[in-house]
Design a protein around this ligand. Sequence first.
Ligand code: BES
Ligand code: MN
Ligand code: ZN
Length: 513
Amino acid sequence: MIKLTSKKPEDFTGDMLAYLVEEDNENLAGGADSLASKILYGIKEQGDFNGKSEETFLFYPGLIASEDKQQIKAKRILFVGLGQQDDDVAARMEQLRIAGGIIAQQAGKVKSEEVLVVLPKNIILSASEISESLTEGLLLGNYKFTEYKSEPKEKEKKKLVTTFYLNDGSLSATAVRRGMNRGKFSSEAACSARDMANHPGNAWTANDFAEYAKKITKKNRLKCKILEKAAMKKLGMGGILGVNQGSSLPPKMVILEYITNKKNPTVLLVGKGLTFDSGGISLKPAAGMEAMKYDMCGGAAVLAAMQAVGQEEPVGVNVIGIIPTTDNMSGSNALKPGDVITHYGGKTSEIINTDAEGRLILADALAYGIEMFSPEAVVDLATLTGAVIVGLGHHRTGLISNNDILVDRMIDAGDRAGEPLWRLPIGKEYRKQIDSTIADIKNTGGKSAGTITAACYLQEFVGDVPWAHLDIAGTAWDFTEKTYIPKGPSGTGVRTLLNLVRSWKTLPMDNKA
Ligand code: BES
Ligand code: MN
Ligand code: ZN
């Protein structure tokens, strides 16, 4: 939980009082002649703490034998270094998120449940950007998943901060509140996406995606529609139905609508919700297969982003989220290499490898979503290829698009979220690799350029609509470890998508890549 408070830091009686300190700057927000300021001055003189990024200094004012000690009522004081200010807005926001993550970590270590954080005042960012980034760092850094631990559950829970208080440090309280709420919605959503991914394949199925979508519709300004298997059959969605053939659980197409006004531009978000990828008949090797429970992270990102959209209610834009969801199993009726399927809209595809299933379920969702909602732009997110990990590692999400302006917006949205993207090319040379001798296309493009040929497959279903594809196979899980990003699922994409739709402006008509 996070709350604003106007209480003086000195009067806070909770477990920890945290100050953010810029490198080479002695000024603390909120009272320069306080005990905290004196101590900061002293330890800087000693050269023990200089405000370098990720540097911390923890002390216990109540234990200091001096007449000063009554000045501060908090049990602990934590100084966290911010490093030197950067010219770049995105980099400055990242500094604050990292500092927020450190506060959450340190507070957890010393079991502090109530923490007051004083906002820094000299950072060259708007008050709302400061509180947004800091809130994100605090809440994302305070994440733990313990649902499947039977014994230590209660104990572990206690290690989390229960309430963060933000003291505006003399910044505008309205702007601070606005930023705090944005940060709260976005990071709670990212943590929901992490939870979905942490759940094992037997506890997070297509039905759970549908139930979660219905649940958030009740609380927010969203509408929800679930396409069941029978409806998919009528509509001719041979991709998701084909992938589902080897499963004992029915597939779902989860559709969430946030409509402000029919006249406003619509952004369509599509996420791969593959709740477990065994590879199907083209079975994956056993080693590491357990990680394939996270093949639903694209779907989780879209669902969670819709949750935050419903809470934040961005103006001037409609947002649609579609999650095609099923597992990919090898039951006796499973799809086989050599089979031909027909996608929504009539395009036929020869299955070469049943493990290239993500593109099959996404193709139906993209074609259907574009036909139903006439979006101005489409963004899809998927843990689509192992090849993207070979190319970009776990540090950047692969981006492939048919529109330069959308690319700029995506990269900017990702940078502001601390989720960097890297564009890869696409074009007819690559497209040729998925020509089939017997059907319109085939579902693999050979050994080379696997990430790009997968995107070529998707492009077949988006027509001329500005489209961006994010391959998050490397970043959805074990993303670059940061103070606010733990090992395991990162919740990547949620905050990037939010940044994108929050500031959506109609795309110029004449730009095509
Ligand atoms: N879900 C996987 C992609 C993946 C691989 C994600 C490793 C995370 C880590 C996807 O469905 C898949 O199996 N892709 C195949 C495609 C190939 C058969 C053309 C791959 O990348 O090997
Ligand atoms: Mn697969
Ligand atoms: Zn997969």
